[in-house]
Design a protein around this ligand. Structure first.
Ligand code: OSB
Ligand code: MG
Length: 374
């Protein structure tokens, strides 16, 4: 595969409704899309960085800078035999996993198209249908949250995750659990608590949660190991895990019993497969997290979720929960059983709507390799 061109596009898209987490509210998304052309074939990827450095240290603008000044120059014109060789070419760039992931994943899509196979198949995935859950932002009242949960359950979603933060936790979880005693229910704190809050967090044990996601500092695996020893609820790490080494550290320290895999956070499909493998060999279940993606990022998440270690419902849900109109065709849909059918057509398996992307684009950057005579 010769990497002939790389194009960045920043699109701006308004979420249907604001999404509130412990670190802020998201409404207007600024998303970088990556298109690569290899051997004349296009592949697409999405950079999942947020607008602000509240989730991790990357932002839309840091990713634009790092791809433009380091990632694209390191790849343009290179010939690789597979997308899995991409991380080696980017090894000199520390961190910036989301920036690298957007480009690497576009190469995986291109490779799947060149080989005429689905991305799921190329990755080694086996599931034909994946289980879908939803992540619900912080609400103004427990009652408003309960109503929202009811709607999502009616649509068929298999697991409900509630965003929590200090002052918006016990009361909300208690209200939802009281109304729905038997659903799969999780919480996600996005690093809003400290180890000193262990007794408070232990009060969530009575609600029989499937997991408590990333309660403590975004970069502190050790503190989570101290907390896990003090509470019954299974801790799931999100922000702390940027690669398979981190996953192994967390598992050996008993800092969590479940891991959330996000393609952007771990740097792309190659490392995501390693994280999945590390977890599977240690009997740690994984599931696919979400970052309020467009259909392109969503399609990559669906393909990754077909690996056999993904045994819990993910945060990958229907396009229409986020966007009035997505940038892929068909849009991602969820069945009444709360599943998503995995496309079998080549690449990500959804058509990219160039017309719509064109309308939403606010800036572009492009690299072309020197065409060599045949
Ligand atoms: O921690 O999983 C998270 C959204 C933005 C940043 C971090 C997270 C989330 C979500 C939303 O939970 C998942 C989604 O619906 O895409
Ligand atoms: Mg999370």
């Amino acid at each position: 595969m010769k990497i002939e061109s790389i194009t960045l596009r920043e699109v701006q898209m308004r979420l249907k409704a604001p999404f509130e987490t412990s670190f802020g509210v998201s409404h207007n998304r600024r998303i970088i899309l990556v298109e690569v052309v290899a051997d004349g074939v296009s592949g697409w990827g999405e950079v999942t960085a947020s607008e602000t450095p509240g989730y991790n240290s990357e932002t839309t603008d840091t990713a634009w800078h790092v791809i433009s000044d380091f990632v694209a120059p390191a790849l343009i014109g290179k010939t690789i035999s597979a997308a899995s060789e991409c991380p080696a070419l980017l090894a000199a760039i520390r961190g910036h996993e989301m920036a690298k992931s957007g480009v690497e994943n576009a190469l995986w899509d291109a490779e799947a198209h060149i080989k005429g196979v689905s991305l799921s198949k190329l990755l080694g995935g086996t599931l034909e249908e994946i289980a879908s859950g939803v992540s619900l932002g912080i609400r103004e009242s427990p009652l408003a949250l309960v109503r929202r949960v009811e709607e999502e359950l009616k649509s068929g979603y298999q697991r409900i995750k509630l965003k929590i933060k200090p002052g918006k936790d016990l009361e909300y979880v208690a209200a939802v659990r009281k109304e729905f005693p038997n659903i799969l229910l999780s919480v996600d704190a996005n690093s809003a608590y400290r180890l000193e809050d262990a007794a408070h967090l232990g009060r969530l044990d009575e609600f029989r949660l499937l997991m408590m996601e990333q309660p403590l500092n975004w970069d502190d695996i050790y503190a989570h190991s101290k907390l896990q020893a003090q509470i019954q609820t299974a801790i799931c790490l999100d922000e702390c895990i940027n690669n398979a080494r981190h996953a192994l550290t967390a598992i050996e320290l008993k800092a969590c019993r479940i891991i959330n895999v996000k393609l952007g956070r771990v740097g792309g499909h190659s490392e995501a497969r390693r994280v999945e493998h590390t977890c599977r060999t240690h009997s740690i279940p994984v599931w696919c997290g979400g970052m309020l993606e467009t259909g392109i990022g969503r399609a990559h998440n669906i393909a990754m979720s077909t690996l056999s270690g993904f045994t819990l419902p993910g945060d990958v849900s229907a396009s229409k929960r986020y966007w009035n109109e997505d940038i892929i065709e068909p849009e991602v849909e969820v069945t009444s059983k709360g599943t998503i059918h995995v496309p079998k057509t080549p690449g990500i398996g959804y058509a990219v709507r160039r017309d719509r992307i064109e309308q939403l684009t606010v800036r572009t950057n492009n690299w072309n390799s020197q065409r060599t005579a045949a």
